[in-house]
Design a protein. Structure first.
Length: 80
């Protein structure tokens, strides 16, 4: 893969992680406001990791890495 194509892939991957972050924060906020609940930051971080990994699986069709690799260094997974 050419370097420019790889950079685009990595940039899109980090954008997807950003979207998973915003989505998780939005859901936690709505849960706290409308369901009179509370949220635990550690649970939100775990949800972001799982959601972004699942979204990457759906987008890439074949995962270049396992979940533990994704949580360790998603950038490395995106560069593969």
């Amino acid at each position: 893969m050419r370097a420019s194509a790889r950079n685009v892939k990595v940039r899109r991957g980090f954008l997807m992680i950003w979207h998973a972050t915003l989505w998780s924060l939005w859901k936690a906020r709505n849960g706290a406001i409308f369901a009179n609940g509370s949220y635990v930051p550690k649970e939100i971080v775990e949800e972001i990791k799982v959601m972004s990994w699942k979204w990457s699986l759906a987008r890439l069709k074949v995962s270049p890495c396992m979940f533990y690799e994704w949580t360790w260094d998603p950038g490395d997974c995106l560069r593969r």
